[in-house]
Design a protein around this ligand. Sequence first.
Ligand code: TMP
Length: 214
Amino acid sequence: MYKKKPFFIVFEGVEGCGKSYQSKKLFNKLKKNKIDAILTREPGGTKSSELIRNLILKDYFSKNSKEKFDKYTDTLLYLAARNEHIINKIKPALQKKKVVICDRFIDSTLAYQVYGKKVDINFINNIHKKILGDLKPNLVFVLKVSEKSSRTRLKKRKTKNRYDNFSKSFYAKAQKSFIKIAKDKKNYFILESSSNDNTLQEKIFDIVNKHLNI
Ligand code: TMP
């Protein structure tokens, strides 16, 4: 039998891996089972964090490359958005014993800013220590996708993202980083997400169910 408890689930992976789709599917399934859950995302999730998200994504598409954010400005914006998100949405929901499903979290900063852009990991770890406190995901799903499937999915999108035109090597590096982060961690699940059938959503629900006893 399900007993209400704070539970934090994160989906990670490169663009086009299907994490937004899978997190929505999981959210709907939990709702169907009358589980008190919220679905949120990073960067974003609150009014102020969504404003910061727009700023980050807008900068990427700005034509004047001289005025582009420095990588530390960019990183600080992700972290600022995260701080607002944690204070105003994630922690209050967990305090109310809700299930929080989040599309991206701290591992995206490690994969993109640290491994991808070579931002100093200590800089990020120090800020994370301050803004996370004892907040840790209970489960992290890392969705792994072939480059071909990812590109096919991205081509279908109307709104473009900053990394939607990623180079092959950036994509491969980011995916490798997610897998490296996930390796040997008990609460991380690396799941193949290249095909478009229902098996993945069932697998994810099974894993969540084992923890929540729905
Ligand atoms: P999305 O594709 O999940 O909407 O995320 C927006 C973009 O932000 C995506 O290209 C990955 C990037 N990102 C980072 O570079 N660092 C971070 O810490 C987060 C949360 C996202």
